[in-house]
Ligand binder design. Structure first.
Ligand SMILES: Cc1cc2nc3c(=O)[nH]c(=O)nc-3n(C[C@H](O)[C@H](O)[C@H](O)COP(=O)(O)O)c2cc1C
Length: 333
């Protein structure tokens, strides 16, 4: 591949399309599926620094990183520098290539105690957290921020600069404020402003929906890499499409129906391997729904996906889906 990658501290990222951290969906199976299609780097679901103090089993599971999805970061959240430093040290047991600090989560249960995007309101504390984590671990430390807390306090440039001074090796910028949550179109000009203000690599995030929009974000903002979240759901081949387009302006069509079903089944099989069939099938239901999006009869099949209990159920569903598409032409996804 001819795409020039980026370097995060000492870690070489061989590409420009990174999988965004996504709690509840970006588990090991999904990250490995995206890496198989060329995601240049993956980030774990966010992990509570407080929960790490108690060796909570589910929390530890979030940090398991396979060799197939590297380089990989473990993302931690919290608001106390010393607790964050301890959490980062604990995370080292899982050999992350770097540690990412969450400064963007908008959920009230995270922002209430001052973590996630609430940190955007206290830039000095952001710097203290980064400095404490950098001092605690030998791997590079990155931050993922938002544009700001709300429209009246867009301060991504200030927060990114403070984090850089405190030792952050890269910054990912989700180009929305906390009060915008996930809805209005991201304002990429804030990514450009951050890129112009810092020397560390800047990863742009927000509304990359395909190969062309990835190229547009890189061009318009000058960012060093893009981070893809929701557009990868049920669509992990987006990384292959982005890479081919950035590399040689080649448009890779989406996989055929049978390939798509095969990718979905392999993804769910991985979930079963890592979580056991009982739990995995419950969590797989939403992924299956995303893979079926846009297919003929999708709404009914997605309803059926809500009852999946086993891989055998999934096999039966796939047969029905394929049969239904053969009856009528497949609509474009
Ligand atoms: C289901 C879901 C879970 C998310 N969980 C996290 C998370 O754990 N940590 C984080 O920094 N961002 C999280 N995000 C935000 C994404 O990483 C990303 O910043 C956001 O979705 C915007 O990118 P997109 O437009 O490509 O989706 C999550 C987003 C979604 C949709």
């Amino acid at each position: 591949m001819g795409i020039k990658g980026i370097k995060i501290g000492t870690v070489e990222i061989k590409g420009k399309a990174i999988l965004a951290p996504m709690a509840g969906v970006g588990d090991r199976a999904f990250r490995e599926t995206c890496a198989r299609f060329g995601a240049a780097c993956t980030v774990s679901e966010m992990v509570s620094s407080k929960a790490l103090e108690f060796d909570d089993k589910k929390t530890l599971e979030l940090m398991e990183l396979g060799e197939e999805a590297r380089p990989a970061a473990i993302q931690i959240f919290g608001s106390e520098p010393d607790v964050m430093a301890l959490a980062a040290r604990k995370a080292l047991e899982f050999s992350p290539d770097f540690i990412d600090i969450n400064m963007g989560c908008p959920a009230p249960k995270i922002t209430g105690p001052g973590a996630g995007s609430a940190l955007m309101k206290t830039p000095q504390l952001c710097g203290e957290i980064v400095a404490a984590v950098v001092a605690a671990v030998p791997v590079p430390v990155t931050v993922k921020i938002r544009a700001g807390w709300d429209e009246k306090s867009v301060n991504a440039v200030e927060v990114a600069s403070i984090c850089e001074q405190a030792g952050a090796a890269a910054v990912a910028v989700h180009a929305r404020t906390r009060s915008q949550m996930y809805e209005p179109p991201a304002d990429w000009s804030i990514i450009k402003a951050v890129k112009e203000a810092v020397k560390i690599p800047v990863i742009g995030n927000g509304d990359v929906t395909g190969a062309q929009s990835a190229a547009r974000m890189l061009e318009q903002t000058g960012c060093d890499a893009v981070m893809v979240g929701r557009a990868a759901l049920g669509n992990p081949w987006i990384f292959q499409q982005i890479n081919a387009y950035l590399d040689e302006r080649r448009i890779v069509p989406p996989p055929s129906l049978s390939e798509r079903m095969q990718i979905m089944v392999q993804h769910v099989e991985l979930m079963c391997r890592y979580k056991g069939e009982y739990r995995a099938m419950k969590e797989a239901r939403k992924h299956v729904g995303w893979y079926l999006k846009g297919l003929r009869g999708a709404s009914e099949f997605r309803r059926c996906a809500g009852f999946l209990e086993s891989l055998a159920d999934l096999d039966a569903l796939v047969k029905d889906v394929i049969a239904a598409q053969e009856e009528t032409p497949l609509s474009e996804k």
